[in-house]
Design a protein around this ligand. Sequence first.
Ligand code: SF4
Length: 660
Amino acid sequence: MEEIFGENGLIAKHHKDYEYRGGQIKMAEAVLRAFEQKKHLIVEAGTGTGKTLAYLVPAVAAALGQKKRIIISTGTKNLQEQLMGKDIPFLQKILPKKFSAAYMKGRSNYACLYRIGKAENQPILEGLDEMDSFEEIRHWVRESETGDKSELVNLPENILFWNRINAKAETCLGQKCPNFEPCFITRMRDRAEDADIVIVNHHLFFADLNIRGNEYGRVLPDYAAVIFDEAHLIEDIAADYFGFETSNFQIEELVRDADTLPIADAVASRDFTKLAAKIIGLADQFWVRFAQTRGQDGRFPLLPNSFAQKSRGGDIQTTPLGEAYFALDSTLERLETALDVHAEKLTEAESLVRRVRQARFDLEFICMQAEKNYVYWLEKRGKGMFLRASPIDVSALLQDKLFNKVETVVMTSATLSTNGKFDFIKDRLGLENGKTDTMLAPSSFDYQKQAIIYLPKAMPDPRSPEFSQFAASEIVKLINVTNGRAFVLATSNSSMNMLYELVSMRVNFPCFVQGSMSKAGLLEKFRQTPNAVLFATSSFWQGVDVRGEQLSCVIIDKLPFAVPTDPIVSARTKFIDENGGKSFFDYSVPQAVIALKQGVGRLIRSTTDKGVIALLDPRLKTKGYGRDFLNSLPKCKITSELKDVAQILEAEENVNRFSK
Ligand code: SF4
């Protein structure tokens, strides 16, 4: 590794921004050891470690030396694109041995040649704009090598009919498809079969892991090892894919496809149309019962007695919602039987039988709520109604499907440890001690010189009504010292809006708030506007990279504990308590520590960045668990004095000016 990462190594010779990083070499050696010893490895590598090359180089060495195919899975598309567009080509240029890499996205990113051919004869388009877009797509699929819709740069990002022509697993005919050979998914899979390194994202990885062995959905080639970057996201994404889901959109699409089956027999075709209309009516009655009780968007737990209740006499009685479910299910069963008659001659009918059967199974699984280790909930998003069931604890599933089957799994991220330990992540993912090594790779940033943590002297309880007023006053003082150039990261939309309202009218800096434009647009505006202040929540806590003076202050209003009423959070905490644990200390605190580290990580993005991390939540000082948070943050000076904040930014005159 020294020959590659060392001061006279290959990277130093070819990379204009090379700097020696001890943590990077140590991490690369640990990853290589994990491959050689067939062990799992968790590495926390803070910003500035150079972790991407630290796992890529040993991955290439293991892929070539030990003839293993290695999957690299990222949490975000950005990182996936950075690997494929920058890091992999760089290594292909400088490493003495040649290696190949392939890039795979989720199936719905690719066009389905079969469905496009079918759409030419079916009315799936609305308006002239859609017809023009469809014409462009038809022309493009003839030329495209990949069928990846990101190549369609001139078309709007969200083409409504894309969902009806993409290559998603549910509608795929598999090997019986007449377009199987030229199919973009077949070609993507072939490229991956020939590659030493395959780059995917966590969604595709877990979608594939969940259905390994199933001819229709499986996409990834076999592999000997996996590296997860942004591994702090694994638990939630795995829970999504190991769960069950159905939605109003899914049932509508199923019915529409059944209604447009190319059946020559006019009587049978008319029967399908009648049955389709009946299912649509019953499905509406089913979904409307949720719509009546739930006004706003969000996630809501399904109560155990939503579909059936015990009467006073002890009999089980079906609720109106239960009746709506049974009526819908029995009509879906009729559809399944009717389709089955045509399945032998018509491949589409065969595929539809499979889809109806799966939809009925998922619906029954969710509505009956018989499996105790699952949490059941409804999610409303715009016009979408999604019923979901997820395993409360994914550790056993991950052990069974991943850690016991794959010889090496490397998990890395800037935020995996709490208080310097990895017990939380190991416990959540089901990693056994003997088979898993851990490592904290030191960052190359000098936090003692580059950053300072500011805790206000006195703040009210964060749940008290006066908290926002006090927080706003602290923010005004801080950004007057830092000359704006700040992110204010709030833990909820309501706090974000309240702080924006209270602060923006009291300062002379340009203030922006999340939601006023797209995330990318807002970030660009923040970068381009001198002395700007951005108020944000959720998605700005992670994956956001603003280097240089423009971001010199990150202010966090409250400790980012997960919302306790969220169905998944509440099921997980209950599960831990019922199994003898203490959910607050075993789950809520470490989860919030990791989330806080993500937010804090927005500040220092290069060796020349400087700035202040301001944490306004008084519980850091007043509660015992506050130490777990502070001990988990980068080691730097902690202060309650604005003059110390000014000093690190060399802006002492601001303190005097604004404190007068
Ligand atoms: S194999 Fe599946 S994804 Fe490919 S063209 Fe056929 S139906 Fe579409």
